[in-house]
Design a protein around this ligand. Sequence first.
Ligand SMILES: [Zn+2]
Length: 451
Amino acid sequence: MKLPRPIRQVMQHMHPLRNFVSQSRLALFAFTLIVFGMALGGLESVVEPGVADFSDVVELPLPTRRMIASESERALTPGESVTSEPVEDWLTVTVREGQSLDTIFREQGYGPGLLHEVIALNEDTARLTRIKPGEAFEFQEDTDGSLSRMRYALDESRYLLVDRLPNGLSAYTRERQLSTMMFEAKGVIDSSLFMAGKKAGLSDAMVMKLANIFGWDIDFVLDIRGGDRFFMLYEKIYRDGEYLRDGEVLAATFVNQGEKFQAVRFEADNGPQYYAPDGRHMRKAFLRAPLNFSYISSNFNPKRFHPILRRVKAHNGIDYRAPQGTPVYAAGDGRVIRSGYDQYNGHHVFLQHANSIVTKYLHFTNRTVKNGERVKQGQVIGYVGATGLAEAPHLHYEFVVNGAHRNPRTVSLPAVKPLEAQHLVSFRQHAAPYLNQLGRLESASMYASRE
Ligand SMILES: [Zn+2]
C-alpha cells in the first residue's frame, strides 16, 4: 500500500490546496498509516542512547503567545456591557439548505415586520439576507414570546448581537476572546504513528501536520520503524476560555531509525514555514511524486524488456496509477514549455525548472496550464487520464536533469534556498527556546525509559 505522499507534501505549503484535500483523503491517509502500522505491531520499542541534549543551549523565556482578541476587545461599542451572554437560555437554529432568514423567522413565529426592522439596522444585519446552510442563529425570547435578543457568528471571533432595548432594536458587533496556548506532546511508535499520536492526546489532523513537516525527509509508510519517537510543541486555540480547535505545530523532533530531524516554524518573507535548526527549509524544491497515487504500475527502468515489442525499450519515467480526474501538481516552480496533445502522449505538459531540470507529465484527461505560463510548486497542471497510448488512467512522470532521464523516486532533489543572513539571526533567536524545551522533553523521556 502506498502513502498518498503529495497530500502531506502539498498541504504544508499551498494554502489554496488545503481546502482541496478533502476529509476522505485525510481518512485514507489515516487508514493507510494505521493499516501499515499494524504490520509493525510486535516490533520492540528501542530507545537509542546518545540523543543530543540541549544543555549547552542558553535558556531563554518562551515567547508569549499572542492573545489574538485582546486588542479588538477594547473596541466594543461604547456603553456596551463587557460581561458575556449567559449561554444556557439561547435557542440555536442551524440554517438548512434553501433556508432564508425569512423562513427561519417564520418558523420561530416572528412576523415579516420584525425581519425588515432587523435587516435595516446596519450593514452587518443587511448581510443576513445572504446566509448559508450550516450557519447558526441563536435567539432569546421575552416571556410573551417576542424576540429579545439574537446572535449570529460573523466569523470565528466576532458575532452580531441584535438586542431589544426600551427604544427599539439595536445591533452590535461583539468580540469573543481567542487565546492560544502551547502544549507539549511526545510519543514512541510501536504500532503506528496515528496510534502513538492518539496516545499522546493528538488529533488525527495534528498527526497529519506532524507528518507533513517531516514528510520531505521521511517516507511515513516505508521508513517508519517501531521505536521511532516524536516530541512536539503545538498550539491549541481557545475561545472565551473553551477549547475551539488545534493551532499549529511550533516545533518538533522526529527520530527515525536513530536519525534525528528537527523543525521550527518561523515566519520570514514567504509566510510561516518550517526550518531545520541550521536554517535550511524542511521543504524541498520538488515534490517526490506530483500526485496522490494509488500505486506504481511501472517503475523507472532504462533496460525494460517490452512484453509486446519483445525488445528492450527504456521506461524513462514512473507510472503512477490513480483514479481518472486525480489532480496532478507541478513538482516544482517553473515555466510551461509544452502543453499539448498527440496520439502517443495524449494530453501532456512539460515544465522547465531551475538547474536545467525538466519534468514531464503524460496522459492527462485535461490540462489546466498553457504554453509559457509560470507555475508554482503544488499548482494543479492537469488531471489524471488515459489519453494517448495508455490502457488505464495513470500519470507517466519523467524527471530530466541536463537532458538525462533520472529515476524520480530516487533522484536527489535540489534544496530550497536556506534562510538569508538577515533572517537567520532572528530565526536562531526565535528557535532557541523551542529547541531548548524540546531538548528537555527528549532528555526527560530518555530518563523515564531507563527506569
Ligand atoms: Zn510510463
